[in-house]
Design a protein around this ligand. Structure first.
Ligand code: 5AD
Ligand code: SF4
Length: 480
């Protein structure tokens, strides 16, 4: 574990340069991918804010532009390349451009960026982001400490000459670093990363290669962070990790169930969620910990990936269709009023019509309130990437995806009916996005409830809503 005192000194040094030169220094950050990446970006923003920079919501005219990349599927990678092309103008005008995140852990992507986007100032990876203050200081001092240098660099860019691209990447699993500032979003929800990396090597997944092996944060750091957040008004906490239920602690808090128990003791905490657990590690101890702590969200993520035992084996998921279903049934039985969400990959190499129907069968048997559906995307470096002679044609993948979507819509209507008639205590989140005469809230199953505005309503009000109608993507209700 690294405590970041030295990096804090670099933040101070950047701040001094910004103050000394009277710079109106702004930053723009764009995050691709999952909540873990969003939480990483919040840490980057913490560094920028403490350095005296101001956030802006578009790249136009920003002094610093940062992309935090994702490698999980090909479309996230393609989008980044488009976005990089779009900020060339800002780079020519002198903006500093940084790229970090999972995509940069792969050598071929570094090469690509260096060749096609030579104006990028720094490429950093998932194991070196703790050195961001130091790297940023080196770039900023190079530009602003000597005014002439800046002019030269800008001229160089205008003439389309190469600007130096610094690369700071480590292949080894990074150490966990603690103590950096974090800029949180507005509202009452906050993310807390509890573990980094993954040991599972599902054959389609790039994560273990770009995020390294599993490393868990020490329980005391997690608990202290949550206590502080709750004091600041962040009463809904989401724990993050690639595989949260294989969390390993120390002392009295040995595993994920112990961690849930301890976090739920924190006064003032209203709701605890977590993403993502792995079905193979969803132990009875964890299920009973969820059941006994009513602060734990009643919406659990339980990623299926495929309903075919044969494909699950090819994916290296380490459970069968039957084990998945029986564990889901146990969760429904032990945790009253729980709802499940899931991830499904369609068109994995070698998936036959029969395999796909097994997936549809699970969707028919288990009530999923939400399904995140993906078409298999080959990732160079993973085991499934080499199953090229078993790749499924795009048209077949698309058709299966559509069939799954149709079934999901039908199932959602059936599942939503069970909410009609229920009375739920919820917190008003604000006006409905689509109708300014209505208000919006979410119940404990993360369902959107829409109901009429009442006099003197305000955000944060606790109200009782009787659910009256299913509208598939939301539920309508009346205040009682
Ligand atoms: N292709 C398609 N989907 C993928 N996922 C992970 N890797 C791939 C891939 N190569 C999906 C899984 C995972 C979610 C975060 O992304 O369903 O649970
Ligand atoms: Fe990827 Fe599997 Fe690890 Fe999830 S559990 S991050 S899908 S390797």
């Amino acid at each position: 574990m690294i405590i970041l005192n030295k990096q804090k000194e670099y933040i101070e040094k950047i701040k001094k340069i910004i103050e000394k030169n009277n710079l109106n220094f702004t930053y723009y950050i764009e995050t691709f991918g999952c909540s873990l990446n969003e939480n990483d970006s919040e840490k980057f923003e913490g560094i920028f804010e403490l350095s005296g920079m101001r956030k802006q919501n578009t790249p136009d005219g920003a002094s610093l532009i940062v992309f935090n990349t994702c490698a999980i599927r090909e479309n996230a990678e393609k989008r980044l390349l488009g976005r990089l092309g779009a900020v060339k103008k800002e780079a020519i005008n002198g903006a500093i451009i940084l790229i970090g995140g999972c995509m940069m852990q792969q050598e071929e992507n570094i090469k690509l960026v260096k060749e096609k986007f030579p104006f990028v100032d720094l490429i950093f990876g998932t194991h070196t982001s703790f050195r961001l203050p130091e790297n940023l200081y080196n770039i900023i001092s190079g530009i602003y400490e000597e005014e002439t240098k800046k002019e030269k660099e800008t001229e160089a860019n205008k003439n389309n000459k190469k600007r130096k691209t610094y690369v700071d990447i480590l292949d080894i699993d990074g150490e966990i670093y603690e103590g950096m500032p974090v800029k949180r979003g507005e509202g009452s929800s906050a993310y807390v990363t509890i573990m980094y990396g993954c040991n599972n090597f599902c054959t389609y997944c790039i994560v273990p290669y770009v995020r390294g092996r599993e490393r868990s944060r020490k329980p005391e750091y997690i608990l202290n962070e949550i206590r502080d957040l709750v004091k600041e008004g962040y009463t809904k906490i989401t724990l993050l990790g690639q595989n949260v239920n294989s969390y390993k602690g120390e002392g009295d808090i040995l595993d994920f169930a112990d961690l849930i128990d301890e976090i739920c003791k924190i006064d003032g905490l209203k709701e605890l969620s977590f993403i993502s657990p792995h079905p193979k590690d969803f132990t009875d101890k964890i299920i009973s910990s969820i059941a006994k702590n009513d602060k734990v969200s009643r919406n659990l993520h339980y990623p299926l990936q495929s309903g075919s035992t044969r494909i699950l084996k090819k994916m290296n998921r380490k459970y069968t269709k039957e084990q998945y279903i029986s564990r889901a049934k146990k969760i429904f039985e032990k945790v009253p009023n729980v709802s499940l969400s899931t991830d499904i990959i369609v068109g994995f190499p070698g998936e036959t019509e029969e395999d796909f129907e097994e997936t549809l069968d699970v969707v028919k048997k288990i009530d999923f309130d939400q399904i995140f559906m993906f078409i298999y995307s080959p990732r160079a470096g993973t085991i499934a990437y080499n199953m090229k002679d078993e790749y499924i044609p795009r048209e077949v993948q698309n058709k299966r995806f559509e069939r799954l979507k149709q079934l999901y819509n039908k199932r959602l209507d059936e599942i939503n009916e069970k909410y009609v008639g229920r009375i739920e205590k919820v917190i008003v989140e604000g006006e409905s996005k689509n109708n300014e005469n209505m208000l919006e809230a979410r119940n404990k199953n993360n369902k959107i409830l829409i109901f009429e505005k009442y006099p003197n309503w305000k955000k944060g009000d606790e109200v009782k809503i009787k659910i009256t109608k299913n509208h598939r993507w939301y539920l309508k209700g009346e205040k009682i």
